[in-house]
Design a protein around this ligand. Structure first.
Ligand code: MRU
Length: 382
């Protein structure tokens, strides 16, 4: 079955799905410059840690492919690209995939650059590799996560698991398949999934607008709840509803395993601990930040108050059907109220049971700490 694509790319052309219009409208914007990519990321027309990095890298690749860089020397070409990457780095502050992609691109163009053309070709090839790798990484995360859960719960087609997920970590947040949602997809394809629950994910509703849409699109048995219903869900003891695991993504995993993810993740981890439910983070190694010791060092993005005080959606006709041609924005609170709107929170490593990467599942060692040496030998430094 075809899957949803956040980006469509061929050399020299990048199309980005406008996620603000989902689930009612499927509209792709052409993104040709770093400025357009910056705007697309900042406005959250594309969102999700891996997808942000992919759009930034590919937009600059498109710009370079069309001759935007007029530099005639190796040094000036490198400076031009560095400047464009530094600009893109400012688009959103919490997800580390973009920063890791920028570091990779900057390093690649410095390996024996012989001419401006050579540097530009290397840049484009590296940006395209970031896209390719993300897709294969997600498939591996799905397999490792499903393997780990199978082993923990002795899963089989007659002993399936129900899970809860938060925010959107699927095809729309990545190059395809997804991270946490990738594990859910793999469980489903292996006939090991009883039911997937997804939270609405207030205030931006990535769960109800995007994850619910992906789950329905894929035909995965699923139910939407508000964020505030999670504790009640964990308490249910009906076989079909018993949640075996919470599976979430990550915007940044610090060196000690503390994980920044969509606001509300921390609350779910506390609830999961209380109810004895396993809490799993699914993230490619591009989301791991070894330079940041703990969650205290992660910058948390704060977003505008209108995300809490207003909401937009398609018009419902008298007969209950949805008129996708018209969207309206409505006020849901007194517009003068002060608002605190952190987009992410940090779940302490002590509340996380496993971190699933494309290179395997990391659990705490006998010292009670996560250790990413095994999955990131090339980046690991004491
Ligand atoms: C796969 S990214 C991790 C997600 O759980 C989530 O936090 C996310 O998609 C990022 O949020 P967003 O603010 O929508 O860009």
């Amino acid at each position: 079955m075809a899957t949803l694509e956040a980006v469509k790319y061929s050399r020299g052309k990048l199309l980005v799905l406008d996620q603000l219009r989902l689930p009612h409208e499927h509209h792709y914007d052409e993104v040709n410059t770093a400025e357009q990519a910056f705007d697309c990321i900042r406005a959250m027309r594309v969102r999700g840690a891996p997808a942000i990095a992919i759009v930034a890298a590919l937009a600059l690749a498109v710009e370079l492919h069309h001759g935007a860089c007029k530099a005639t020397t190796v040094q000036d070409t490198i400076s031009y690209i560095d400047g464009r990457l530094d600009y893109l780095k400012e688009s959103r502050p919490t997800a580390v995939d973009l920063f890791n992609a920028i570091a990779k691109l900057k390093a690649a163009i410095r390996v024996s650059p012989s001419s401006p053309t050579d540097i530009i070709s290397t840049f484009i090839a590296t940006a395209e590799e970031i896209l390719r790798l993300d897709l294969s990484n997600n498939t591996s995360i799905g397999a490792h996560g499903a393997d780990w859960l199978t082993q923990q719960y002795n899963l089989s087609s007659s002993n399936k698991i129900s899970v809860l997920t938060h925010c959107n970590t699927g095809s729309l947040a990545t190059s395809g398949h997804g991270t946490a949602l990738g594990i859910i997809r793999t469980l489903h394809s292996r006939q090991l999934l009883y039911h997937a629950y997804c939270t609405e994910t207030r205030p931006y509703n990535q769960g109800s607008r995007l994850t619910a849409f992906e789950l329905v699109f894929e035909g995965i048995p699923s139910t939407l709840i508000t964020d505030s219903m999670a504790a009640a869900l964990f308490k249910l003891r009906r076989e079909s509803d018993k949640i075996g695991a919470v599976i979430v993504g990550a915007d940044r995993v610090a060196r000690n395993g503390d994980t920044a993810n969509k606001i509300g993740t921390y609350a779910l981890a506390v609830l999961a601990k209380h109810h004895g439910v396993k809490f799993i983070v699914a993230a490619p190694t591009t989301s791991i930040d070894l330079e940041t010791e703990s969650g205290d060092g992660i910058k948390i993005e704060e977003r505008k108050k209108e995300e809490l005080t207003q909401i937009s959606g398609a018009v419902i006709r008298e007969d209950g059907s949805v008129d996708t041609s018209r969207t309206v924005r409505v006020a849901t609170a007194d517009q003068r109220i002060d608002v605190w709107n952190p987009a992410f929170d940090v779940t302490p490593a002590e509340l996380i049971d496993a971190i699933v990467t494309e290179r395997g599942t990391v659990v705490k060692g006998p010292n009670g700490r996560f250790d990413f040496k095994e999955v990131l030998p090339e980046r690991w430094r004491w």
